[in-house]
Structures are given as structure tokens and as C-alpha cells.
Design a binder for this molecule. Structure first.
Ligand code: AMO
Length: 437
């Protein structure tokens, strides 16, 4: 057989009365006795094959015995038919079954019957045949393309840092430990240490989109053990504000990119994300505490704002027309060792979170680039500077002021598309209870 058509678009452009080959999945078989209709699903929709019993009885038998979701190639003639979807159909001449599908199917591709999310994830390759599931990943791909597009415009280069690490940067509790030829190694929680080390090299605007691993014991709709972290780091900053300006431009620019290029998958999902107006509001930590207090939620100065607090702030800001905003200047006590403390009020830092629809998308800030202060900060956090020598050595021979952020791509996709669970935005999500597929 000739190479099969890959899309309905190609089918629509095939000459009338010409011969085509459809390659796809059998979405449905309807046997009406003397005629049978087989729907073959191509990349972007289905094409109808109409088989008449009297035209070729053995081919008719073969076609009507096809199981749903089998992969087939059907060669035949293009005929006009006003009743058929797209106004044309295929009169079959030859069938080749490339891969028959077992019955029963673990879940329907077109049925409206709801199945458990776990059943969908256990059978993700079938689940991904649903246009609305696949559309999420088409949008996600555009989001990443949009980020790369914006970053290139702003002079950032893409880098790749090790994912097997000798030290953790984001706290010991969520480290996955592994054996490295008799030594302890960890799966990278974030590229934090390496992206900062690069700031000592002259590669002064870098970004990375790569997996990050956290031994996250909680079962929530926004945590997984393996996520895609979008990290950036930039040198020669005057302060935190320089980082905020770049991050907001990159996020707003990539949302605009998604809207411009993604009308088809966004249409399938029935979502129209808003591009935020810039600059985003900057809500300082003390101001956030006041809003929370006014809503009856007490957070002591110096404490972290929990998920409930984030939701309250998200609603308060949404009431003022802001889906997205920065929460800035967190207390030093709850931030990692690498964050820079403010000179005037050292109990607060030059750090921020990016909040979107009530959830944290990113954290970042200005970093401590003075080696003595960095060593003190490690000790204050109960960490042994000796374990971080490889990192500290980058600060010994000249390190410019710098800052950056880490943003969860999975969470941003989830929130942008109003998905109820982060796992919807991950092809094969892994969490405490799920390691396969
Ligand atoms: P943080 O630990 O806040 O900061 O992580 C940054 C962003 O990564 C995403 N994220 C997660 N997404 C899904 N599942 C998880 N378990 C998970 N953990 C984190 C979130 C979060 O906002 N090194 C710093 C960043 C920096 O300062 O540059 C860091 O990793 O969207």
C-alpha cells in the first residue's frame, strides 16, 4: 500500500475519485447488515469508511469484525457523500490490520462514561487518544516554546546541569538518595547550585527546562515526585526587581504565544487563558499578613503562608482583578540558605513567589554572592559548609551579584488550563503511590 494519509486535512485535499490509504485507529464499527460504517481516527479527526456487503463480501466480514482501537490501513476510493462528516468518505478495497486491539478496552476513547483517574493513568496511552487529553500536551509544548522564544529575545542561553547530585539545595527531607559506586548521591531537587555557579563564568543569563525530583510524601493535587522545573539565573543585577521584571515579561510573553499559536487545542479544551497586564502587583509579605489578618487568618510574622493562606490571598487579589501577582520579601527563617537577607532588616529576604489563581508557580530572588555571608547562612541553617565546597569554590574567585527563579511547568500548565490536578498536565505522572507507567 502507498504511505497512509496522516490527517483529515490531507484527506480533504485528496482528489475526488482518487485512491487513498487511511492509516489510523478504528474508532467505531457500525454494521447495518448490507452496509457497514467504520470510523478511522487520524491525527486530527475521523474519516468514514463505507463498506457495502455486495461489493466484496469477505472484505465486509473482515471490516465488521475489527475491534475498536485496532490500528489499520485501509485503501480505497474517495467518494463524495453529503451525509458523511466532511462531505466525503472512502469506499474500501483493501484492509491491512497492523495491530489488533484486545477487548474489552480499559477505557473508552469516545465514550462519555466517566472512569477513575487512576484507570486513565494506568492506561495513559489509550487515555491520550482522547482529543481533550492530547490537547493539554499540545498547549504545554507551546508554553515551553513561548518561554524559550521570550528568553532568547532577552539574551538567555539554554543550559543543562547534572541531575545526579552530591548535595541537595532545597532541604534534606525531600531528597531521593541513591548509591553511587559506594558513595551517597541524590537525584537533583533543582539546578539551584549549578545555575548559580554558572554566574561566576560569564555565561551570565542562563535557563534550563528539565526534570527535578522531590521525595514528596504528601498526596496533593499540586505535588508530584518528578516535575519539570524551568529555572533561570541572571548576573549583574542591582536587586530583586531586575529578576521580577524579566520573569513577568517571560511568563506574560509565553501566555500570549500560547494564545496566538494554540487556538486549535485551546478550542478543544474550551479554555481562553488571560494574558496578565504588566507590571504584576508586588505584594510584600507584611502586606500579605495584613490581608490575611483582615480575613480572619492569623499568620505570625516570620511564619510561612500555608496553602489556605495562599488561596485567601489569591481570592483577595482576584477581587482586585489580578489572577497573577508576586508575593515578596519572605522572612529569612523560612527561606533556603542561598537567598540574600536584606541589609536593613536581615530577618527578611530579597525573595519572591509568583502566585497564579491561588497557587505558587515559582520562587526566586536575589542570591547571597558574598562567600563569608554564604558560609554563615549555611551554618545558620544547620548545614555543613564542607558538603558544599564545590559550590562555595565558585564564589571564591569572583562572583557577581545575581538572582533567578524556579518555576514548575506542570503547575503553570495546570493553572493556565484550569485543570483540577497537576497530574493532568504530566504525560506519565509519578508520585508516592505511582511509579509506573
Ligand atoms: P521551589 O522549591 O519553590 O524553589 O520550587 C520551584 C517551583 O517548582 C515547583 N515545584 C513542584 N511542582 C510539582 N511538584 C512538586 N513536588 C514541586 N516542588 C516544587 C513549584 C515551585 O514554585 N531553587 C528554588 C528556585 C529558585 O530560587 O530559583 C526552588 O526550587 O511550581
Amino acid at each position: 500500500m502507498a504511505p497512509p494519509l496522516r490527517s483529515v486535512q490531507e484527506f480533504l485535499h485528496a482528489p475526488a475519485a482518487g485512491t487513498v490509504v487511511l492509516g489510523g485507529w478504528v474508532e467505531d464499527v457500525r454494521n447495518l447488515g448490507s452496509i457497514a460504517f467504520i470510523l478511522v481516527r487520524l491525527r486530527d479527526g475521523t474519516v468514514q469508511v463505507a463498506a457495502k456487503k455486495k461489493a466484496d463480501e469477505s472484505l465486509f466480514q473482515e471490516l465488521t469484525k475489527l475491534t475498536r482501537e485496532s490500528v489499520v490501513e485501509i485503501a480505497g476510493k474517495v467518494v463524495e457523500n453529503k451525509e458523511a462528516r466532511h462531505g466525503r468518505e472512502v469506499q474500501p478495497a483493501q484492509l491491512s490490520i497492523l495491530s489488533p486491539a484486545d477487548t474489552p478496552l480499559p477505557l473508552g476513547v469516545v465514550d462519555k462514561v466517566g472512569v477513575e483517574f487512576d484507570t486513565r493513568l494506568d492506561n495513559r496511552t489509550v487515555d491520550l487518544r482522547k482529543p481533550a487529553t492530547r490537547a493539554i500536551f499540545e498547549v504545554r509544548s507551546l508554553l515551553e516554546a513561548g518561554l524559550r522564544h521570550e528568553l532568547a529575545r532577552l539574551g538567555f542561553i539554554e543550559v543543562h546541569t547534572p541531575k545526579l547530585a552530591g548535595a541537595g539545595a532545597e532541604g534534606g527531607a525531600s531528597l531521593f538518595q541513591t548509591d553511587y559506586f559506594g558513595r551517597k548521591a541524590f537525584l537533583s531537587q533543582s539546578p539551584q547550585l549549578y545555575k548559580q555557579m554558572l554566574m561566576a563564568t560569564g555565561l551570565d543569563r542562563v535557563y534550563e527546562i528539565a526534570p527535578a525530583f522531590r521525595a514528596e510524601p504528601s498526596d496533593t493535587v499540586r505535588h508530584v515526585t518528578e516535575f519539570t522545573s524551568f529555572d533561570a539565573e541572571m548576573a549583574w543585577i542591582e536587586g530583586q526587581e531586575d529578576v521580577l521584571k524579566v520573569l513577568e515579561a517571560v511568563v506574560a510573553g509565553s501566555l500570549a504565544y500560547v494564545k496566538e499559536k494554540g487556538s486549535a487545542p485551546l478550542g478543544v479544551l474550551g479554555v481562553d487563558p488571560r494574558v496578565p497586564a504588566l507590571p504584576l502587583p508586588r505584594l510584600r509579605y507584611p502586606e500579605a499578613l495584613e490581608i490575611l489578618q483582615a480575613q480572619g487568618k492569623r499568620v505570625r510574622d516570620g511564619q510561612d503562608i500555608d496553602t489556605e493562606g495562599e488561596k485567601i490571598l489569591g481570592r483577595a487579589m482576584a477581587d482586585k482583578g489580578h489572577e497573577m501577582f508576586f508575593l515578596t520579601e519572605y522572612p529569612t527563617a523560612i527561606k533556603p540558605f542561598y537567598v540574600m537577607a536584606q541589609a536593613e532588616e536581615p530577618e527578611y529576604t530579597w525573595s519572591f513567589d509568583l502566585e497564579y489563581k491561588g497557587d505558587e508557580m515559582a520562587s526566586g530572588g536575589q542570591r547571597e554572592h558574598r562567600i563569608d555571608a554564604l558560609r554563615d547562612s549555611l551554618k545558620r541553617k544547620g548545614l555543613d559548609p564542607a558538603g558544599f565546597e564545590f559550590y562555595l569554590s565558585a564564589f571564591r574567585y569572583g562572583m557577581p551579584p545575581h538572582g533567578g527563579w524556579g518555576l514548575g511547568i506542570d503547575r503553570l500548565t495546570q493553572k493556565m488550563l484550569d485543570l483540577p490536578n497537576i497530574r493532568e498536565a504530566i504525560l506519565f505522572p509519578h508520585d508516592r503511590n505511582r511509579l509506573v507507567p
